[in-house]
Design a protein around this ligand. Structure first.
Ligand code: FMN
Length: 339
């Protein structure tokens, strides 16, 4: 049997194989931000396709400034719990686990949103794709954000989702706190790595108290901003941050990379040759060497041989895919059948 079909444990959750559908915003949410029937169908198909875990598209924790796109789902209010409960039930019937990914757009809100407010971020660093400069969050606003994340973690559990995942990647708010490029604060929330991680520590330790010791709390973390040069996030910082995350109760770490401004880093474009697959593998290997929780590798995984190799050689414990499963919901079933 392929190593990819060997069961694995994340926290206290037993997973039937090593395949993760990485968080993917499908832009199919209802206008009121609840789960649509199209999404119910999509997730049931993904689960029936054989993938062990499905991470939802990122649901935003604070309205209106946390919203990253049109037709995005949200989790800033108890009224969103029911939709995720239906989704979790449907996915469970088909034999997969459901992870709710939670986020805040930060400086990466769309240009037309919100129409009457300036986006918020750790610091006022202009965002290149929209040309907008966000304003720096006040201390009181940071505490209110921490509360919003913690409330979202509690809602994930209340909805029956098997795990919750903090989105600390791709330039959204929490990754913007982690990176010295976007976090230029001189107070307790910026500067040293310890300060840049403070918001993560507060969310995780407070959230953990409310969801309990055994509820799996995952993170998806940036390994790079996606730019070369001084002043950006380093892998050494990421590895040190990963150790802290585990200390604060994280059950598994998914490793990704890239801000929206760094085009083609998060999702490398077409035509990947086999040797160009697994383009975040070096960072995942470094994180895995530093932590004692499962690591999940995402980014450009396409060939069975590459996926088997990264698991068998200890680069990662699980493999996550986004675009292949958007192109073919039954993709992993094809693998089971040896195709
Ligand atoms: C349309 C689209 C939507 C995405 N939405 C999310 C998201 O909501 N949360 C997230 O962490 N990553 C998101 N990603 C990034 C993917 O999860 C993944 O990290 C990236 O595409 C690389 O993996 P792949 O080569 O398997 O596509 C998205 C990617 C695409 C293409």
């Amino acid at each position: 049997m392929s190593v990819l079909f060997k069961p694995v444990t994340v926290g206290r959750l037993h997973l039937k194989n090593r395949f993760v559908r990485s968080a993917t915003n499908d832009y199919l949410g209802r206008p009121d931000r609840t789960i649509s029937e199209q999404q119910m169908e999509l997730y049931q198909d993904l689960a029936a396709g054989g993938v062990g875990v499905i991470v939802t598209g990122h649901a935003y924790v604070q309205h209106p400034l946390g919203r990253a796109s049109v037709n995005q789902n949200a989790i800033y209010n108890d009224r969103f719990v029911e939709g995720y409960r239906r989704l979790a039930d449907a996915v469970h019937i088909k034999g997969a686990a459901l992870v709710l990914q939670i986020s805040h757009a930060g400086r990466q809100t769309p240009l037309d949103w919100p129409s009457d407010q300036v986006p918020v971020a750790p610091s006022a660093v202009r965002e290149g794709t929209t040309g907008r400069t966000p304003r720096a969050l006040t201390e009181a606003e940071i505490w209110s954000l921490i509360d919003a994340y913690v409330a979202a973690m509690v809602r994930a559990k209340a909805a029956g989702c098997d795990e919750v995942q903090l989105h600390i990647a791709h330039g959204y708010l929490l990754s913007a706190f982690l990176s010295p490029y976007t976090n230029r604060r001189t107070d307790a929330w910026g500067g040293s790595l310890e300060n840049r991680c403070r918001i993560l520590r507060e969310i995780l330790t407070r959230g953990r108290r409310l969801v309990g010791e055994s509820y799996p709390v995952l993170v998806k973390i940036n390994s790079t901003d996606g730019f070369a040069g001084e002043g950006y996030l380093t892998l050494a910082d990421v590895v040190a941050a990963a150790r802290g995350l585990v200390e604060w109760g994280v059950s598994a770490i998914e490793v990704s990379g890239g801000h929206r401004e760094a085009k083609g880093v998060m999702s490398r474009l077409k035509g990947l040759q086999v040797e160009q697959e697994a383009y975040v593998a070096d960072a995942a290997r470094a994180v895995k060497a530093a932590v004692n929780v499962p690591v999940i590798l995402v980014g450009g995984l396409r060939s069975l041989s590459v996926m088997e190799d990264v698991v068998a050689s200890g680069v990662t414990d699980l493999v996550a895919l986004s675009r292949p499963l958007s192109a073919n919901r039954n993709w992993s079933t094809a693998f089971v059948r040896g195709r």
